[in-house]
Design a binder for this molecule. Structure first.
Ligand code: ATP
Ligand code: MG
Length: 388
């Protein structure tokens, strides 16, 4: 019998759960669907329980930036390999929100690299064929030795989205380590195109307008994360992939944060000097990508769901104007511009736009977060009311 750790995603944008889904609730209670759903639930319950690395984050609403101390993190820091054990379980109800996830180890022996999907100073995203899954997957890896804290943070970038089930959130399959020691995690391969490329390929407003629905989809996906108190903090067009079925998938949860936990910081390996290309993620005291950051994030203050709302507003603005909300020669200049004043691109909004849409964008981009939509769901609702 082949055991697989994957929990299938239901193709239902409204669905958002942690852990296993209640299949009966998803499919309805009667007839053949009920039989199929019971069978699926049974199969799922017998194959899902795989024990790997579990990171339990301490529950605290304190936003102090101090390292977490848990057995699992300590184990990771000591370089201990995760382990996989398979066992049969009976069906259980979905775990309560915030329950730590368990991801299996995926052996590098099973992986065959097909190509490179993305690359930066810290690592790569590879297109890989996974022999055990018999499917193409994407593998994100760190390059070179990093501090234990940086590596734990890398793993958190997989563990946080792994807690979420939504077709608009990248699905994470497991962790591994290449023979050379570099860590990786394996995720679903999105065959598609970055939203940034779609915007660039659409020179006129008329061509870009159909892209607005992807921002609504992102707001729904991020709303799902917000319900679990997870914020992304790096929403930008490069971190949204449009898959072959035309659905938006939010990737790159590398600086996501669980608002219910204390945060790891001080990871000098992940520090990037200001002066880098402002479109790149900056990690350090300020985290995020400058043109899409709200003022409080640019000032290095603690942020909440409303920072993601602002970034989604910046995406709306970029779709409608065709340009990023701020431009600048370097990241520091953009950070300063964000702190000093509203996005220059607001003045480029076409006068023909519906006032309701302009009002939503202005509210999402409010400089005072008290005036923004409280979370992704509220923004998605406002966009739905505009039939977007
Ligand atoms: N699951 C995936 N399927 C297909 N392509 C992917 C996937 N994940 C990432 N990519 C491609 O690789 C690029 C880089 O990935 P990602 O955004 O995760 O890393 P990054 O931006 O280099 O990392 P970081 O911002 O954390 O330094 C993406 O913009 C996308 O084009
Ligand atoms: Mg990215």
């Amino acid at each position: 019998m082949r055991f697989r750790a994957r929990v299938p995603k239901w193709d239902n944008g409204a669905q958002c759960t942690t852990g296993k889904r209640d299949i009966e609730q998803t499919c309805g209670p009667t007839g053949i669907m009920r039989f199929i759903s019971r069978l699926a639930l049974f199969l799922q319950s017998t194959t899902y329980a795989m024990i790997g690395v579990t990171v339990t984050e301490s529950a605290s609403n304190n936003d102090r930036e101090t390292p977490r101390s848990t057995d699992a993190i300590d184990a990771l820091n000591r370089g201990q390999r995760s382990f996989v054990r398979l066992r049969r379980t009976t069906a259980e109800p979905a775990p309560p929100p915030g329950t730590p996830v368990t991801l299996p180890e995926i052996s590098s022996d099973e992986l065959m690299v097909v190509g490179v999907l993305g690359e930066d100073t810290f690592g790569k995203v590879l297109h890989v064929y996974d022999h055990s899954r018999r499917e193409h997957v994407a593998v994100k890896q760190l390059s070179g030795p990093l501090s234990p804290i940086a590596e734990a943070r890398f793993r958190r970038g997989a563990l946080l989205p792994a807690r979420l089930r939504h077709r608009g959130i990248i699905e994470i399959y497991g962790f591994g380590r290449w023979p050379g020691g570099d860590s990786y995690f394996v995720m679903e391969l999105v065959r598609g195109i970055e939203l940034s490329a779609l915007i660039d390929q659409a020179p006129t407003l008329r061509e870009r307008l159909p892209l607005l629905r992807h921002i609504t989809a992102c707001a729904e996906a991020i709303g799902c994360a917000h319900r679990e108190h997870i914020i992304h903090r790096d929403i930008k067009p490069e971190n949204v992939l449009i898959n072959s079925r035309g659905h938006a998938v939010v990737i790159d949860w590398g600086i996501a944060k669980d608002l219910g936990t204390v945060e790891i910081t001080g990871d000098s390996d992940l520090m990037r000097a200001f002066g880098d290309d402002p479109r790149h993620t900056v990690v350090g005291t300020v985290v995020g990508t400058p043109p899409y950051m709200p003022p409080e994030q640019a000032r290095g203050e603690p942020v909440d769901e409303r920072a993601d709302v602002y970034a989604l507003g910046a995406l709306l603005l970029q779709v409608l104007t065709g340009v990023a909300p701020y431009a600048g020669d370097n990241a520091l200049a953009v950070v300063q511009a964000v702190i000093d004043g509203p996005p220059p691109a607001l003045s480029l909004l076409p006068p023909s736009l519906r006032p309701g849409l302009v009002a939503v964008i202005r509210q999402a981009l409010a400089r005072d977060r008290e005036h923004r939509f409280p979370n992704g769901d509220a923004l998605a609702k406002a966009l739905h009311e505009l039939a977007l």
